[in-house]
Design a protein around this ligand. Sequence first.
Ligand code: ADP
Length: 382
Amino acid sequence: MTSYLLVGFAAALLGAVIALALGRRASDEQQAPAGAAADVEPGDPRASLLAAFEEPVLIVRDRKVAAANDAARALLGAHIEGVDVRLAIRHPAAAERLAGPPADPAQEEKLHAEIIGLGEASRPWLMSVAPLGDGSRLVRLVDQSQARAAEQMRVDFVANASHELRTPLATLLGFLETLQDDEAGGDAETRARFLKIMFDEATRMRDLLDDLMSLSRIEAERFALPRETVDLVSLVEQAKVALKPLLSGRKLVLENEASGARVAGDRGQLAQLLNNLLVNALKYGRPGTPVRVRIAPDGEMVRLSVIDQGEGIEAEHIPRLTERFYRVDASRSRQVGGTGLGLAIVKHIVLRHRGRLEIASTIGTGTEVSVYLPRADVTETS
Ligand code: ADP
């Protein structure tokens, strides 16, 4: 509804500007010469106003297309000016709104219509009509495909998140039911085993909820450029301590302790980014092999790379790894305690920092994930 209102407002505003440009009043409506369609010459203010729009825009008068901008000609045909609007926009909803008498502006639904089938068959358009006050109507066609894709992503995300939470919850409920039954609950050993599984499933749900909350917090802050000065070397030292329980004897090696390791950032989020990359390197790297962290200045950025010696990732998966819940091997990820959100969080933190993420991997050798973050000294002087 908001997009309807905005589109309607913009169209009405343009309508007012055009009416002003033409020096016409609303009461001139009856005096508009019949058959004055296709009468917009180059140099006419309407032509330059229409040209200012990127999306397809037309002026319709007496059922005919009186003027069209380049985008409208590209979508509907090069020679639509002067053509009956029902032929120019072949859609019943368009014919109803453009070939009949002008609609009452209070009737929102008469001024807007969803249209599919113009140009690319499946592309959805929102047509909005604004009466111009001189008997003609301004028609805007706004491409809805991006809005639809965003909406679809949101729907998929909610469905995926619900599914991810429901699976451990179902396991928990199943074991709870069993434990309630004295006989089925079995001996102390069996109960301890069940409790361990229940604990792991509850932990998985907690981790998932923590990651979901992190993602939404990071997204909420995406336009606020972080301004702290963060020393990446000290972050790595901290991470080494925090991850000790996960290392089980493996080495976490910091290479190139460069002095230019200070970046402009959000310390908490960068600690989370580093943690996610290190945890992945430990999870997917071969047992016993070291994980290396390399920090090096790179122009106006600092490059932070986490390198493991693991199985590597097939090239076809790499572009999708930062999608929420995308996993190369779902059961492996779950088995090692993954939520499927680690790299999505990394991507969003990098975006907020106006940085860049690169993933390079060789099957059988390992994976190197690099993030480029703005150097603090560059940001301070700019
Ligand atoms: P998860 O919680 O499943 O690890 P991520 O978003 O962190 O989720 O990673 C997405 C997927 O990318 C993982 O499930 C795994 O298949 C793959 N992946 C991430 N990092 C590595 C790595 N260092 N080596 C191999 N595969 C990796």
